[in-house]
Write a protein that binds this ligand. Structure first.
Ligand SMILES: [Zn+2]
Length: 246
């Protein structure tokens, strides 16, 4: 009896440790709030969670040091342009080369100099089209945009995650009228359907308003994701999640 039971229990334990349905949530944070992002790392760590930080502005040595620390703690680093200019409008006006040289190349050069790996990009104001994607895919794998005009939540099945993709996300903050109960339901669906859902916000601080993530909301969502066995991953981890997916 005992002999029969042991393999059965082992099998059961293996099945229980695998997330039913799988799925993941990617929290992305735009612009630059380095000190507060670093401070929020303890919260991510508590839940074995990682985020993606999308950096705008000149990448000074001080900024690069913060980016490096975030990366060393397992988070993904993406770029978000030097001057936060809309890719669509400025590429139409001045062309791909001008946009790349002025908005992207200086940031990429700084990352190279400081040994920071970068494979994702967040569009300023989420504005993109096929022409901007074609340019950005020469340099990045994952392009973060929004949910579009209809603000309809997008789910990306984990088994259909490609090497290069546009990943549309929804904003979190009072400006976007998000309610934590509604956000939890979106996480439920991602877990149920084995999909990736993406969000964006900016600063992370207690009681933050407007376009920023209140620490309390982040905590509640991380707690909920943990209950669902929904992985909280940075963009750089996505290809790996796909292959180790369950
Ligand atoms: Zn921005």
């Amino acid at each position: 009896m005992k002999k029969l039971l042991t393999p059965f229990l082992a099998l059961f334990a293996a099945a229980a440790s695998a997330a039913p349905g799988g799925g993941a949530v990617c929290f992305t944070f735009d612009d630059y709030h380095g000190e507060n992002w670093l401070a929020a790392d303890a919260l991510f760590k508590k839940y074995n969670a990682h985020a993606t930080f999308m950096i705008s502005g000149e990448i000074t040595d001080a900024k690069a040091a913060v980016m490096k620390q975030l990366q060393q703690r397992g988070h993904s680093i993406g770029l978000h342009t030097v001057h936060h200019r809309d890719a669509t409008t400025f590429i139409q006006k001045y062309g791909e080369e001008w946009y790349f040289e002025n908005e992207v190349a200086p940031q990429l050069d700084a990352c190279k100099k400081h040994g920071i790996r970068v494979s994702s990009f967040a569009y300023p104001n989420n504005r993109r089209d096929e022409r901007t994607d074609a340019l950005m895919w020469k340099h990045f794998n994952y392009l973060r945009a929004g949910w579009g005009k209809a603000k309809k939540p997008l789910y990306f099945p984990l088994d259909k995650i490609e090497k290069q993709m546009v990943l549309g996300g929804g904003g979190i903050g009072t400006y976007y009228n998000t309610k934590v109960e509604d956000l939890k339901k979106l996480l439920d669906k991602a877990a149920r359907t084995g999909s990736v859902i993406v969000f964006f916000s900016h600063n992370i601080a207690p009681g933050a308003e407007r376009i920023h993530m209140p620490t309390e909301v982040l905590q509640e969502l991380l707690e909920h994701a943990a209950k669902l066995n929904l992985r909280v991953a940075g963009f750089d981890e996505l290809p790996n999640l796909k292959t180790t997916g369950n």
